[in-house]
Write a protein of this length. Structure first.
Length: 738
């Protein structure tokens, strides 16, 4: 066995390393990469996402991934000088928790969870310092990175005999002008490695990879934060990492997909057009067939825009900006890759927009069902079949959310929702509903301090959890949700490294469908311990605002009678505004919804009317008066004119009124009343269902009996006239007789 030299603890604090506390403090107040909507122990667990040591170590490869019966363990990675001075004689030593006076072995899931949260500065093992074990790097300039290989010899590996999970990793020690060589580690990286005896029964294991992303729309309906989406879809962005992870998969992966995400990416690929108000019935604004296509139908947004054939438009579409072209290119590339990657894999479809089921099930069940229906039975972008499913990012669902799921929905709930999580079967029946119990160990990433989402960190975290399950005596299958960002490439690791180490004989990768066919175990209600305070749900005001936005979109759809897409488009935006991600940023989400609401109301207010002149009625039969309606939109609309009176005046308005783009139309309502005097009546422009659009005016109606007076005067005048005539005739006749 190689000799070991006991040195000062690599995890002891000294003045040089106080700054290593900063990442832990930052992580304590920020969300993990796998978004959480709960405060469960698993979801609340934090770990450093960035190592602030002067020598930053990464683990990009570890072979084998579990302790072998014979042979060494090799750890490879990089060491980077993060300081402004040169470091020299940098030694990278391997260490292990079985190497020391008090060997540490992890034998339970509870112990694994506790060890995962160990401070990176705590000692978890001793270094191997024989020359054949470590690599010396003569010099590292500021910012320079070098690779290393550290080896734990076969003799040292054979010293491990107790089954369980152990710590393993590397320490870097060097010196600089301001930091002398001492017994403290100047950089560290660590992970878990299991030892499982030959012949142990394999554990069926399902990997669940989520495709869920916050979707926010600009007021005009385009996707907001184009730069952010471009970053996520390209290079090392979160969605690009998910794509690379799926392409590298050599085992089955079950994908949990929000159908709103590929729809949003498809919109970016089309040039991120604004909400189209153009007719969708094949006719132009004037009702004639149109030969031009809307921006959303363009297959190549980077191509030169051609002038519209609509004579009223008179101008061509603007050239896409460089940022829009980059976004479109990244989106098209992602869509092509994701479509081929998902083909043949098991797909679970979330409610459209990743709607916060915990909030909607309690406050507006119909909203959840609408999102469920909108998801449909396939992903339209790729024409792939999927199974309806619900599951929160943090893994917790309320009892109401579970009960609201229609039959046939796959319900995913974290084992943290139950009393004694380690003993909960993978298939349970809760309140009469079948539930799939997931294990959140993988979603929280590796233990750090190096990148917890790196391929080695994630893989070893999964293997540790499955190994302890296999050693438990009565192993249950493991359903492991991955972080939302998949495998990180920040440390230089490859996603393929994650899968290359999953060939352990005690782990059998499988699909979720193969696990849900197992016999379900009835779990007593009192073991389900999710309370309202455990959930961070969407505020009622946000849900109400989204409802109002959907209603306004539906109203705009009724007004634009030749466009049957705008209502659905606004409805999709409203659904996405009630997502789990929106619950994490409710104020910002509400602001975005309110801005869109104001924008849509402004468009509806573009249909207006000129205040009519006062109306005087001189007969009981009433009279007509003129009202001018104006359509300032570029599309034909269909409206009504509705009178809201006190009941003493009846105003008969025309039926459905159609206005061409930019048109002014005068209509002639008819007013009548039996009550003398001045009456004020409000006229409103509404949609065909009678819902006000915003434009209104007061019309004054004055009713008099002036017609009766005239007839009386005329009658009296006629009587006097005829009387005078008769009197004159009488007098003349009398004089003639004399």
């Amino acid at each position: 066995m190689a000799a070991t030299v006991r040195t000062a603890s690599a995890d002891t604090l000294d003045g040089v390393h106080l700054r290593s506390l900063l990442p832990a403090l930052v992580a304590a107040v920020t969300l993990p990469l796998f978004p959480s909507t709960s405060t469960t122990p698993a979801a609340a667990a934090t770990h450093p996402t960035e190592d602030d040591s002067p020598l930053r170590l990464t683990l990009t490869s570890m072979t084998p991934s579990s302790l072998p019966s014979n042979g060494p363990v090799r750890l490879r990675g990089t060491v980077t000088n993060t300081t402004d001075e040169t470091w020299s004689a940098v030694n990278v030593y391997p260490f292990a928790s079985w190497n020391g006076v008090e060997p540490t072995v992890i034998t339970s899931r509870a112990q694994l969870a506790a060890e995962h949260e160990r401070d990176p500065d705590e000692a978890v093992g001793e270094r191997y310092t024989d020359t054949e074990n470590f690599r010396t790097i003569r010099e590292l300039e500021p910012g320079e990175t070098a690779s290393y290989t550290a080896t734990i010899s076969a003799d040292d590996v054979r010293a491990v005999t107790q089954a369980g999970v152990y710590w393993v990793g590397v320490h870097a020690m060097g010196e600089s002008a301001s930091v002398p060589r001492d017994g403290y580690a100047d950089g560290r990286a660590r992970t878990f490695i299991p030892l499982v005896p030959t012949g142990t029964a394999p554990v069926p294991t399902t990997l669940v990879a989520p495709i869920r992303e916050e979707i926010s729309n600009a007021p005009d309906g385009s996707i907001d934060d184009v730069r952010g989406w471009t970053g996520q879809l390209s290079d090392d962005g979160r969605m690009a990492q998910l794509l690379a992870f799926g392409k590298a998969a050599s085992v089955p992966v079950t994908w949990l997909v929000d159908p709103a995400v590929p729809q949003a990416v498809e919109r970016l690929a089309a040039g991120n057009p604004s909400r189209a108000l153009d007719p969708t019935d094949g006719a132009g604004p004037d009702g004639e067939p149109s030969g031009s296509s809307s921006p959303s139908q363009s297959e190549d947004p980077s191509a030169d825009a051609s002038p519209s054939e609509d004579a009223d438009a008179g101008e061509s579409s603007p050239e896409p900006t460089a940022a829009e072209r980059r976004a479109a290119d990244a989106a098209r590339s992602w869509l092509d890759g994701a479509g081929s990657m998902l083909a043949g894999n098991e797909l679970l479809l979330l409610p459209f927009g990743d709607v916060d089921v915990n909030a909607t099930a309690a406050r507006d069940p119909e909203w959840y069902l609408r999102a469920r229906e909108r998801s449909g039975s396939l992903l339209e972008t790729w024409q792939l079949p999927g199974t309806p499913a619900i599951g929160s990012p943090g893994g917790l669902l309320s009892g109401e959310a579970i009960a609201a799921a229609p039959e046939g929905t796959t319900v995913l709930v974290s084992n943290a929702a139950f009393e004694n999580p380690a003993t909960v079967p993978v298939n349970v029946t809760l309140n009469g509903r079948q539930v799939v119990v997931t294990d959140p160990a993988l979603a929280q990433g590796g233990p750090g301090p190096d990148d917890p989402m790196g391929p080695v960190a994630l893989r070893q975290q999964l293997l540790a959890a499955v190994a302890l399950q296999a050693l438990s005596g009565e192993p249950e299958p493991v359903v492991a949700p991955l972080p939302a960002g998949g495998v990180s490439a920040a440390g230089g690791g490859s996603p393929s490294e994650f899968f290359e180490g999953l060939d352990a004989p005690w782990l059998t990768p499988t699909t979720l469908a193969s696990l849900t066919n197992r016999i379900s175990t009835v779990v007593p209600d009192d073991r389900f311990r999710v309370e309202a305070e455990d959930l961070r749900t969407l505020p009622p005001a946000n849900l109400a605002a989204a409802r109002q936005l959907e209603e306004t979109g539906a109203q705009l759809g009724r007004v634009l009678f030749r466009n049957d897409a705008v209502a659905e488009e606004v409805g999709d935006q409203a659904l996405a505004a009630t997502s789990y991600a929106a619950a994490g940023t409710p104020v910002l989400s509400r602001i975005a919804v309110d801005r869109s609401q104001d924008y849509l109301r402004g468009q509806l207010a573009s249909i207006r009317m000129e205040p009519p002149l006062p109306v005087t009625l001189s007969s009981k039969s009433g009279g007509d008066f003129g009202v001018t309606l104006i359509n300032d939109l570029d599309q034909p609309v269909e409206v009504r004119l509705v009178a809201r009176s006190d009941g003493e005046v009846e105003i008969r308005t025309p039926g459905v009124i159609r206005l061409q783009p930019g048109a002014r139309t005068t209509v002639t309502p008819r007013a009548s009343t039996d009550v003398l005097g001045l009456h004020k009546t409000r006229l409103q422009v509404t949609d065909v269902a009678g819902n006000p659009l915003g434009a209104s005016a007061i019309v004054e109606v004055r009713a008099t009996q002036v017609s009766r007076v005239i007839w009386v005067v005329i009658a009296v005048g006629l009587v006097l006239l005829f009387s005078a005539i008769l009197l004159r005739i009488y007098r003349r006749a009398k004089e003639a007789l004399k």
